[in-house]
Write a protein that binds this ligand. Structure first.
Ligand code: SAM
Length: 218
């Protein structure tokens, strides 16, 4: 598969245009824009579909799942306010594109995917690109208690509610970003843990995610 890892002027140019497009759509965080400009999104696509890789669209990755829309990835990344060295739990690895963006932002990432086929593919692709998060296969709706507490938690699938168990795995001052709603549309929700027992919740824009399936989910 080594042939896939070619990042030539055409793809680099398309990526620059994508960054400009995301800026025009309201993404302001320069670190996030720089990360989007660095990660070759076409590496997550079959070569036949490279012409789709830098459009601002979600795209099927097999097994009924999608690589998220770049705008969505940038939006969630911006809300996390990643600082270098932050310990981040990502629930729903999928293609691993969001994982790479988090790592470009300086995070140490623990990422969990429940579908074995997708997990097996992504654990090959990311190290091939030079990204080495800690991968898990399983139900992330319960978090990963073994590595808690986290500075940040990001959920990349739509949940029916904010799982209480994830809130308990945040550090004080930590941030959870999670889409919450029904099976069709969800609101992006940010929860900040302000003390041992208190949380601030902010409800933001509407998105459409694949469902979070698991013990604390659908
Ligand atoms: N950000 C990812 C990307 O750009 O490729 C997109 C991830 S996709 C929208 C959501 C992923 O969450 C899917 O791969 C799905 O299998 C996974 N998922 C759903 N429920 C899960 C759960 N309980 N634990 C872990 N992964 C889950």
């Amino acid at each position: 598969m080594a042939y896939k890892f070619v990042d030539n002027y055409r793809e680099r140019g398309a990526r620059k245009k994508l960054v400009e497009l995301l800026k025009s759509r309201g993404i302001e965080d320069e670190n996030v824009l720089t990360a989007i400009g660095k990660v070759p999104r076409h590496f997550f696509f079959d070569e036949t579909f490279w012409n789709q890789a830098y459009k601002d669209i979600a795209f099927p990755i097999g097994d009924g799942q999608t690589i998220s829309q770049p705008y969505t990835v940038a939006y969630q990344s911006e809300l996390l306010h990643i600082k270098k060295g932050d310990k981040v739990l990502e629930i729903g690895t999928g293609s691993g594109y969001q994982t790479c963006i988090l790592m470009e932002l300086g995070a140490t990432v623990f990422t969990i995917e429940r579908q074995e086929n997708i997990y097996n593919r992504t654990i090959q692709v990311l190290p091939g690109m030079g990204y080495r998060p800690t991968f898990y296969c399983g139900d992330g709706s319960k978090g990963i208690a073994a590595h808690a507490p986290y500075d940040k938690i990001i959920v990349t699938a739509g949940a029916p509610l904010v799982p209480e168990i994830l809130l308990k795995q945040l550090k004080i001052g930590g941030i959870l970003v999670i889409p919450v709603g029904d099976e069709k549309t969800q609101k992006m929700v940010t929860v900040i843990r302000v003390s041992e027992t208190d949380y601030d919740k902010i409800v933001l824009d509407t998105f459409r995610f694949v469902p979070l399936v698991g013990d604390q989910a659908w």
